[in-house]
Structures are given as C-alpha cells and as structure tokens.
Design a protein around this ligand. Sequence first.
Ligand SMILES: Cc1cc2nc3c(=O)[nH]c(=O)nc-3n(C[C@H](O)[C@H](O)[C@H](O)COP(=O)(O)OP(=O)(O)OC[C@H]3O[C@@H](n4cnc5c(N)ncnc54)[C@H](O)[C@@H]3O)c2cc1C
Length: 502
Amino acid sequence: MAELNRRALLMASASIPLWRMGNARADLSAHYDVIVIGGGTAGIPCALFAAQNGARVLLIEKSPALGGTLFWSTGQIAGAGTIFQRELGIQDSPDAHFDDCMRINEHTADPELTRLTVDHAGETINWLAANGFEVMAGHPVTGIGHDHFTTRRYQQGVRSGLSILDALMPSLEACIARGEVTLVTSTAVTGLIQRADKKVVGVTAVGQSGGHDILGNHIVLATGGCAANPRLFEELHGVPLYAKTAYPTSQGDGLLLGMSAGGAVVGGEKYASLPGLIPDAFQYPCQMYAWAPLNPAIRQPWEILVNASGERFVREDHPSVHQIERSIYRQPGHRHWAVFDSAALESGEPIIPDWSRERLAAEHRTHPMFYSAMTLRDLAFRAGINAAKLTSTVQDYNRQIDAGDVDHFSRVHRPGTLRKPPFYAIAMQGWTLVSFAGLSVNRHLQVLDNERRAVAGLYAIGEVIGAGATSGAAYTNGMLVTPALTFGRLLGASLARAYVLP
Ligand SMILES: Cc1cc2nc3c(=O)[nH]c(=O)nc-3n(C[C@H](O)[C@H](O)[C@H](O)COP(=O)(O)OP(=O)(O)OC[C@H]3O[C@@H](n4cnc5c(N)ncnc54)[C@H](O)[C@@H]3O)c2cc1C
C-alpha cells in the first residue's frame, strides 16, 4: 500500500499544481487570523474551513507537498448517517457509533473527544462525498482489519488515503487562488512566539528564504504524530519504536512545540501493539519484511502462537483481534512465534496474505526470521525459544485434540495436531504505525497544561493529540483519520467565527 501511494505521488508530481509549490509571494509580515502548522489530514480541512468562514489563514507545511500521512494511510473512516449508508438502507446513529467505539477500546478513549468525533463524523463523510469521495465496492462494512462494529458504517476510498486528499484539494486550491489561504511549503515551524502572559501569538518558520517570525490570533498544531522519531517515541511511550512504518514527516515537531509553550503530553501508557510484523532484522526500528495479520476474522489459524519461553499465551482464534493484540503486548519484548508443522503448511491457508505455499516454504530456507527443523527441539534452538517447554506445549496441544478435550485457551478451530515434520517457526514482533501519546486538549481543542488550563491561543488536532485520545488503547476503526478530518473542519470554522465549539 505504501509503495503504491509513493508511486502515485511520483506520478502526480509530473504536473505540479499551485498547492504543491506554495505561494512564492506569501506576505509573511502580515497578521493572520489563523496559522495552521502542518498541511496533512487535519491541517487541510482546518485551513479550508477557517478560510471559507472568513478568516485570513496561513498554512505552513514543512515538506514540498501537502497531504502528509494521507499519501500512505489506508484512510478508513467511519460515521453514522452517511449518504453511503442511506443508499444501502442502513439505519445508524452517533449514539450507536459511540457505544461501538467505546466497546472496542474497552472505554480507554477520551469520551468527550469520542463524542465530538461521532456526533460530526457523518457530516464529514457526506462533505467528502459531495466533493467526489468514492468508496470501495460493498462499503460501508462493519470492519476490515480491527474488531468490527455492529453496524455497517466503515469505509475506505477507492484510492485509500489519496481518495480523501483528492476530495480536499480542489476546494483548498480555490481558496489559495482567491488569496483566502496563504500557503508556504518546504518551510518548518521551529518555534512558537509566546507573550509574557503565556498567550501564543505567533510562530517562527524556517524555509529556503531563511527564518521568519509570523504573528496570528490562533495557532493550530496539525503536525502529525511522532512514530517516525525513534528517540521521542520511546521517551513518550516507554516502548521502543520497533518498526519504521509511519509517514517520515511524523517526527513529533508539534509535540515539542506544544510542550515548549507549556502543553502537557498524555496517553503514552495507552500504547497498543499490532500483531504479526516479521522484521527484516531484530534491530530496532526495523523494516517490515512481511506481515501476518493473525486476525481470525481474516484467516482462521492453523498454527499456535508461543512466546520466548515456549508457552502459548492466547486463544489463537479469539473472535476479538484486540484481545490477541493485548496478549501479545503482555509478552516480553512483544515478541511471538507462529509454530506449525508440514501438515499445516500443506493444507492451511498461508499465514501471510498473498503468499503461496511454495513461497512460504522457500522463505524457511533463506530468511533469518523463518526457521525449520525435523524436531521441535531443534526448531526451538534455531528460533531462540525454550526447547523443553516448546516440546511440552506442542505435546499438550496435540493430546487435547486427540482426547477431544477442551483446549486450554478455549480455542475452537483446531484443524489438526502438529506432528508432521519438518516443523516451522516464524519470528514476529508487536508493532505500531501511530503514536498514542499526544498533547492534552479539551473539547474546544485548546492545548492544556499539566493543571488542565488552556494555553491561550494554541490548539491541536490530528495525531499530535495522540491516538490514545480517540482510539484509546486499541485500534478502533477509523478513529484517527475520522477525528483528524472532523476536528479540522470544526476547529477551522469555529476559530473563523470566533466562538467556541458547542
Ligand atoms: C500506513 C498507515 C495506514 C493508516 N491507516 C489508517 C486508517 O485506515 N484509518 C485511520 O483512522 N488511521 C489510519 N492511520 C493513521 C492516520 O492516517 C494518521 O493518524 C493521520 O492521517 C494523521 O493525520 P495528521 O493530520 O495528524 O498528520 P499528517 O497527515 O501526517 O499531517 C501532518 C503534516 O504536518 C507537517 N509538519 C510536520 N511538522 C511540521 C513543522 N514543524 N512545520 C510545518 N509542517 C510540519 C507534515 O509534513 C505533514 O504534512 C494510518 C497510518 C499509517 C501510517
């Protein structure tokens, strides 16, 4: 997916429209009503809605092109009361959406920010649709890769995140052409200007023409997360950044800017682990070599999952992939191994989507994360798992199947014993592509300090407020892109109208 989107970016750059270049004549000595830092998922709608509601807007983007993580994101979003639901006769409500989100993340998301999202998510999706956003055939659905909703309200654009960008850009381009939004690209905000009374009144921006201090009434941080910055990520989460999968501009600039102005960072403890990343090497952050979703809603398991001690730790066919993720999070180093035998390789669906059985077998001869051996003991030695325990774990698993006993973990899908050599193990790593820690905000999206007092003049939207705020300690369907777009719209409009959110 990421490769596809990178290719799309390269193709798109063949003809460069105005919004990719920025405004060479931008007046940086002017005083702006709203300065938006970061032209990605949250920043674009914020600049757009502020301008459409009469504000004089400056949008500052550090990379040469607008779009941010939308270039890589699958862009799956959810909302109740959408035109896509109406076309299929689906009844839904923000209350039902709220209940589903909080059930999936076990009430770990901020209820106020979740409420703000779901109450306006349907409008966000309808607005995208009115601007040409098209969804994949059969969408909305109840779910894709994470625990499902009870109602079909989840959709992905036909070009993933790029479908969202395609819907946003013509309106923004029109605002830029009319002079309602001043855009500067290839320019990074490196500091906030704060008065003696602590009100944030401007930014320091550094681009090709040097550094500029620019003043504004409202300063919005929309700079994305920090999941491409290993040092900051580990500092804020207490967990290493295991894999490089976030958009490269996600360096946490906005977190540091917000903290420099007194903003509090919260939510690192909500870190949640995705399962099944197969690293290129056990050297962090690693590159993703392949990915096994380990999601029974996608593929029922033929293998067992064990930890370094050789013990099973989860019901591998648990109906909730969130519960599998939580169990992986509890294992040392978030490491896990899928263990199976030749019978599973010959009869089961390959554990890695789009891989043939032949490819899977071949990788066990060549790749350092794939192990095979004629005995479980040798397999364990090669894979770095406790050999005696792995042998007894597999014997127990087989004995329960032979005897028709209930599985220790209540696993139901047990297609066969694991007895036919050679035996196989694949080393896997828990991982994430977003940061859970973020700037504390209230329902007006004002940045808060440690005492929960608003830092005057400073706002934050998008992943800079942390995935923990809206997705909780879980991967709740669409609860990053949906609030990024929705908070962008709401904040832009409310700042322009100079009233606080209802
Ligand atoms: C592969 C992948 C798939 C995903 N799929 C989904 C999904 O299906 N659904 C979902 O809900 N979430 C998904 N997410 C997460 C979601 O896409 C992101 O959380 C969201 O897009 C972030 O939006 P944002 O506006 O906060 O940041 P971005 O969209 O990254 O925008 C931030 C912008 O700020 C700019 N910037 C940064 N620092 C500065 C600075 N100092 N000065 C000026 N500009 C700056 C950056 O260059 C960037 O353009 C996915 C993430 C990834 C990586």
